[in-house]
Design a binder for this molecule. Sequence first.
Ligand code: ARG
Length: 501
Amino acid sequence: MIFGRWFGRWLSRCFIIGLTCCLLVSCSIHPSVKNNLRIGTDQTFPPFEFQGVDGKLQGFSIDLIQAIANAAQFQIEFQSLPFDGIIPALQAQTIDAAISSITITEERAKTVAFSRPYFKAGLAIATRTDNKEINNFASLENKKIAVQIGTTGAQTAKNIPGAEVRSLDSAPLALQELVNGNVDAVINDEPVTLYAINTGNLQGIKVLQKLLTEEFYGIATTKKSPYLSLINQGLNTVIENGTYAKIYQKWFNATPPILPEKSPYANQGKNILNSQSLILQSLPILLNGVLVTLQLAFLSVFLGLIAGSLIGIIRLSPTQILQWIARAYIDFFRGTPLLVQIFMVYFGLPAFVQELGFTWSLNRLAAGVIALTLNSAAYIAEIVRAGIQSIEIGQTEAARSLGLNPVQTMLYVIFPQAFRRMIPPLGNEFISLLKDTSLVAVIGFEELFRKGQLIVAENYRAFEIYTAVAVIYLCLTLVSSQVFSRLEDWMNPIKKTTLKE
Ligand code: ARG
């Protein structure tokens, strides 16, 4: 009777949840009605597309697409995306078009369609004002260069012999690397670097006059998109009726140059490498990333174990103030996102030290390991504390009555027993840390996930590459959990004796 009622309630709940899920899914499959275009944009590229102090999306491209929408009579729904995610999002049709200062290139035109060019730009080299060594493209040889991932700047930097290229998620982050002294130069779209310097946001940086390339930006849509002609029609209108010139004047205080009427690479054929060969081709690069991931995870867990054990023991100390410090440490590092901690260590700390008047920069491995160690130490400290507290007080009393002092008691009696109990949660911690290493990609660290992103930024085959990356992570975590359960068995005195017998 009771079971029947319970089952009925359970069934009706499942039904309601199922219905809600279906509604949500169907909403997200068809979010746009006709004439309501989802426009993707990476909002970190002032003065083209960025968020102002009021948090509103603004910029040259934003004004332009709004003018185009007015002229061609469609509505816009903006979607914020990382730059290297824009072309994959178009392929997946989660957006209908993208305006994001995307340079029309032959390679990209194989995957997406472009409107007629709407802006003429070019790549420029930025260095620190006191740098006398770098004065042209050739002098970038063997230098450290920061770029935004997936951009034409990144593509150009790849061709510099001996250069160490760091790819960051956004142009401002790449420029911040230069300000912090972590790199010698940045290759970026000239108007963007100039704007950052002119608005006073970037100090101690200069731009070399000679441009490396001439590039045209286009609005991207999927191949054969029904919206492409609508967008082109709107763009033609705003160029002809003078609105384009007004917007140009507003943002660049100049009259616009004459723009070509057609995209230079219209109707390019599609990429046709099959999935299997694509993955096989990418495997060596991904495996290279695995080595870096493992290096990061092992170093951080090892150091985290030392630091965490100390903090865990301090947390149990009889001195109130020490207890309080350990608690504050754990609360801070457990209570703030790891991503924020990574940014704080890598970008924040050197900037702060430099503001104090010292020159200091952190290398990426050190920054990654420090951030991951600080974070994992907080979790490990709690594991250690719980482990130690789980050992019966009788053990301490027995050890003390045998004449061992408190340190010896901890070292030879309590800790070894507690350690065995700590192995399963430590295994969990190692596995989460292994996955969390992917967050270090934000500082341009080329571990497994970043290697995947870099490959996708070149060939736009997001599905195959990210699936391969996920499978590799899965293999790593499965192997780790096997290793930890073996370790647990091996350290279990009961099983050990039965095995011997
Ligand atoms: N024009 C360059 C390119 O297409 C950089 C564009 C970056 N845009 C952005 N919104 N972050 O590769």
